[in-house]
Design a protein around this ligand. Structure first.
Ligand SMILES: Cc1ncc(C[n+]2csc(CCOP(=O)(O)OP(=O)(O)O)c2C)c(N)n1
Ligand SMILES: [Mg+2]
Length: 668
C-alpha cells in the first residue's frame, strides 16, 4: 500500500489518462486509517505534542502524487502525513516518528509536523505557514540544473495564501519559469478563523492568475479532476512552460489539531464538510465498477496493515538522550589559516570578493549567483561586476523578494547546487530571516544529515556617514546565536577572498557579513594561497600588556589604535575573530593569556546581547584563572542609529575611544 508510485518510462514520457480508482481508494483509506490511529495514540498520550490531520483532504496528495514520477519532489505543511505516505514513506517509519521512536523516519527529531523523507522524494513538511513555497522554487531550480525535467509540488493551506513568503514565491516562480505546482488545499479554515472572514470574496487561484500564472480551481471531491489537473500542470512544467497554481477545494472534517474543540465552528459547517468527504464519495463511485467484496477486501487489508505497523512502532525503542546531538553542522573543525600576504598584488576588499566569485564560478558548474541588482548592474557596491558577461544566466537578478531569494537558495542547495546569494543590506535580512533561522539552519539536523543546505549568503552591514537607522545595524549576534549556520566577518581583502572560498567549500549554510565601509580598502591578496575551511581567528598583532579581540569593520581601527598605544608604551595584542561560528575559543584564550590576562572587546554592534558578551562569557566560564582584570567591552551604545555623522560618532567605537578604553584597562 505504501510503496512509491512507480512509472514506466513510457508513462513518464506520455502520462496515462485514467486512474485505477480502487488503488487510489486504498491509498486514501490508508491515510485516513493511519491518521485515525495517530489521533487515538495522541488521545492516550502515547504521542507528545500537537498533531494536524488531513481527514477529508486525502484526495489532494493522493490525486496529485498519482500523476508524479520518481524524479519529482513534494513539499507539504504540518498537515502533511498524506503527502509523506503518498510519496512512499513506509507507515511504520511515520508511526515511529510521531511516537518519538529511534527508528522513526527522522529519529524522533521531527515528530508529526516537520517530517522529512528525501529518500522518497518528500522534501518535507513545514511548520511555518507559507515557508515551503520559496523552498520549492529552489528545489525546482536544482531539478532544472540536473536536466531531468523533474517537477516540484508544494502544498499549503488557504491561510498560507495571505503570507508574504507565498506571494514572493509565486512571483519568483513566474520570473524564473520554474517547474513548480503550487497546490492550495482550500479547506476554508485557517486554524480557527474562516478565510471568508479575513479575506471576504477572495478567489485564491485568481490571485495567482493575477500574477500571470497558469491557475485553476479544482474540486477536491472529484479524484479524476484532481489527477487530470495535476497531469496538465506537470506536462506544462516538464515542457518548460512554468508554474501552475491549483486551488483544490477540500473539506476539513475535523478540527485544526488534535485538541481543537471547535467551539468556534457551527454544526452546520461540520455537517457540510462531512457530507463532502471525498473518501465516502469515492467508495460510492467505485461500486459502479467494483464489487462490495473487492472494496471490503482492500479495506480489511488496509486495516490489518495499519494495526500491524502501529504495533511494530509501539514496540520500537525510544531514542537515547545522546541522540539529540549531532548533525547540527557537518564539521566545526578548520584547517590552518593562510598567511596574510605582505607583498604582491594590492586589491580592494570588494574586488577581492569579486575575484573569489569569478574563481568559484569558473571551477564549479553548480555555483549560481542571484540577488537584487547583482547581474548586469554588478551590485549596489560593484562587488559582482563583470560576472554576467562571462557567466550569463548563471548570475541573475531577482524580484525584490528576500524570502524568495533565501528560500530558493535553501532549496537549490538541498538539490545539489551551490547558490551564492546576496542580500543587499543586513537590515533587509530581517524581512526574511525565517528562511535562515527556521528553514536552512534546520535542514541537516531534522533529516539527520540526509539533507543539507550548503548555501552561501553574502551581505554587508555597519554605520557609514549619513546612513539611516534602517541601513546601519550590525546584527551578527542574531545569526551567531543560531546553531546550524556558520557566520564570518572578513576584515581585510585577503580574508574576504579566502573566507568566501571557504564558505563555498562548506557543506552547510554560511553567512558572510562584509563591511560596506571596507569595500574600497586595499590590501594584499594571495590568490594562490591554500584553501581554508570555515573557522579560525587570526592574530594581527602580538603584545604583552593587554589583548583586544575584535572582528569585521573594527579590525583596521583597532590596529590603528594599537599603533598609537604602542607609541605610548602600551603593548597591545590584537585578535581578529573572523568567524563567530565556529568560534576559535582556543586562540581567544591564548592571546589573553599572553597579554597579562587583560581583555578589551571591540565591536560596532550594540553592547547589550552583542557577540562580545559571548566572548566574555566563554573566557570566564571555560578558562578560570585566565583573567587578571574584569573584561572591558567597547561597543555601540544601546541606541538607535542616527543619520548625522556627528550623532553617529557619539555612539559608535572610534580609534580614539579604543585608545581610551585600552588605557583604562591597562591601569587596572
Ligand atoms: C508564520 C506562521 N504564522 C502562524 C502560524 C500558526 N498557524 C499554524 S497553522 C495556521 C493556520 C494555517 O491555515 P491554512 O494555511 O489554511 O492551513 P490549514 O491549517 O487549514 O491546513 C496558523 C495560523 C504558523 N505556524 N506560522
Ligand atoms: Mg486552511
Amino acid at each position: 500500500m505504501t510503496t512509491q508510485i512507480q512509472h514506466t518510462q513510457q508513462e513518464i514520457d506520455k502520462p496515462v489518462r485514467g486512474l485505477n480508482l480502487l488503488e487510489i481508494y486504498g491509498k486514501m483509506l490508508l491515510i485516513r486509517r493511519a491518521e485515525e490511529a495517530i489521533l487515538e495514540l495522541r488521545r492516550t498520550d502515547k504521542i507528545a505534542g500537537s498533531v494536524h490531520v488531513c481527514v477529508g483532504q486525502e484526495s489532494a496528495p493522493v490525486g496529485v502524487i498519482a500523476a508524479l514520477s520518481d524524479r519529482d519532489r513534494s513539499l507539504a505543511t504540518y498537515r502533511g502525513h498524506g503527502w509523506a505516505l503518498g510519496s512512499g514513506l513506509p507507515l511504520r517509519a511515520l508511526f515511529s516518528e510521531v511516537l518519538g521512536r529511534a527508528n522513526g523516519i527522522n529519529g524522533g527529531r521531527a515528530g508529526s509536523p516537520y517530517l522529512v523523507a528525501p529518500e522518497y522524494g518528500f522534501i518535507g513538511e513545514n511548520s511555518i505557514v507559507g515557508a515551503g513555497l520559496p523552498i520549492a522554487n529552489g528545489i525546482a531550480m536544482g531539478l532544472l540544473h540536473r536536466g531531468e525535467q523533474g517537477v516540484v509540488t508544494v502544498s499549503f493551506g488557504d491561510g498560507a495564501t495571505n503570507q508574504g513568503a507565498s506571494h514572493e514565491a509565486l512571483v519568483f516562480a513566474i520570473s524564473r519559469k520554474l517547474p513548480v505546482i503550487f497546490i492550495c488545499e482550500n479547506n476554508t479554515w485557517s486554524e480557527m478563523t474562516p478565510i471568508s472572514e479575513t479575506v471576504p470574496n477572495a478567489a485564491l487561484w485568481e490571485r495567482a492568475a493575477g500574477y500571470g500564472m497558469n491557475a485553476k480551481l479544482v474540486d477536491g471531491s472529484n479524484l479524476s479532476a484532481v489527477y487530470s489537473s495535476a497531469q496538465d500542470a506537470i506536462t506544462r512544467a516538464r515542457n518548460g512552460e512554468g508554474p501552475t497554481f491549483l486551488e483544490i477545494t477540500v473539506p476539513r472534517i475535523l478540527g485544526h489539531y488534535n485538541a481543537d474543540l471547535e467551539l468556534y465552528r457551527s454544526q452546520a459547517d461540520r455537517d457540510s464538510a462531512l457530507a463532502r468527504d471525498p473518501l465516502a464519495k469515492l467508495r460510492i463511485e467505485l461500486l459502479a465498477t467494483t464489487t462490495e467484496e473487492e472494496i471490503s477486501r482492500i479495506e480489511a487489508e488496509v486495516e490489518a496493515h495499519v494495526a500491524s505497523e502501529q504495533e511494530f512502532s509501539l514496540a520500537s525503542a525510544m531514542p537515547e538522550p545522546g541522540d539529540a546531538f549531532g548533525h547540527i553542522v557537518a564539521s566545526s573543525e578548520w584547517n590552518a589559516l593562510s598567511e596574510l600576504p605582505s607583498s604582491g598584488e594590492e586589491v580592494a576588499y570588494g574586488l577581492a570578493v569579486n575575484r573569489a566569485l569569478h574563481l568559484e564560478m569558473e571551477e564549479r558548474p553548480e555555483v549560481v549567483l542571484f540577488g537584487e541588482d547583482i547581474s548586469t548592474a554588478g551590485g549596489t557596491f560593484g562587488v559582482t561586476r563583470n560576472l554576467r558577461k562571462k557567466y550569463g544566466e548563471r548570475i541573475f537578478d531577482t524580484p525584490i523578494s528576500e524570502a524568495a531569494i533565501l528560500g530558493a537558495a535553501t532549496g537549490s542547495s538541498i538539490e545539489g547546487m551551490k547558490p551564492i546569494v546576496e542580500i543587499m543590506w543586513m537590515d533587509f535580512l530581517l524581512v526574511a530571516i525565517d528562511q535562515i533561522i527556521n528553514q536552512s539552519a534546520n535542514v541537516r539536523y531534522i533529516s539527520q544529515g540526509k539533507q543539507h543546505a550548503p548555501m552561501v549568503v553574502r551581505m554587508q552591514q555597519g554605520v557609514t556617514p549619513g546612513s539611516c537607522a534602517q541601513h546601519t545595524q550590525s546584527l551578527e549576534a542574531i545569526l551567531a546565536h543560531i546553531p546550524g549556520i556558520k557566520v564570518g566577518l572578513p576584515s581585510n581583502a585577503h580574508d574576504a577572498y579566502q573566507m568566501l572560498r571557504a564558505a563555498v567549500a562548506d557543506p552547510d549554510p554560511v553567512i558572510l557579513i562584509e563591511s560596506r565601509s571596507l569595500y574600497l580598502m586595499k590590501g594584499y591578496v594571495d590568490t594562490n594561497a591554500a584553501k581554508e575551511s570555515a573557522g579560525g581567528a587570526r592574530v594581527r598583532k602580538a603584545g604583552k600588556d593587554l589583548a583586544i579581540i575584535t572582528w569585521g569593520k573594527n579590525v583596521p581601527m583597532v590596529l590603528e589604535a594599537a599603533e598609537e598605544l604602542q607609541a605610548e608604551g602600551i603593548s597591545v595584542s590584537v585578535l581578529d575573530l573572523r568567524w563567530l561560528n565556529p568560534l576559535d575559543e582556543k586562540s581567544m584564550a591564548e592571546i589573553v593569556g599572553a597579554s597579562s590576562g587583560k581583555l578589551l572587546i571591540v565591536h560596532e554592534a550594540n553592547k547589550t546581547g552583542g557577540f562580545g558578551a559571548e566572548v566574555s562569557a566563554r573566557l570566564s566560564e571555560n578558562y578560570p584563572g585566565l583573567l587578571t582584570a574584569p573584561i572591558k567591552r567597547l561597543a555601540t551604545l544601546d541606541s538607535r542609529i542616527p543619520s548625522s555623522p556627528i550623532l553617529q560618532g557619539a555612539l559608535i567605537p572610534s580609534v580614539t575611544k579604543i585608545v581610551e578604553a585600552a588605557r583604562e584597562l591597562h591601569k587596572k
